[in-house]
Design a protein around this ligand. Structure first.
Ligand code: ZN
Length: 60
């Protein structure tokens, strides 16, 4: 099963909004991210991706 993940914080609480000619825009419930890009990962890989996002944020 594929799940949608916020590319910024790794949250799975992502909603999509259809923005007319703008196409799909996604909005994260857990951070300020809003945009057309979202990660789609297998649910069994979700934790691994969240760990990667957490690590890359700590390096900033
Ligand atoms: Zn987020």
């Amino acid at each position: 099963m594929q799940v949608k993940m916020c590319p910024k914080c790794g949250s799975l609480h992502v909603n999509w909004i259809i923005g007319g000619i703008m196409g799909y825009i996604y909005k994260c419930e857990d951070c300020e991210y809003t945009g057309p890009f979202i990660l789609e990962v297998d649910s069994s890989d979700a934790e691994k991706f969240q760990e990667e996002i957490r690590k890359s944020r700590e390096e900033e």
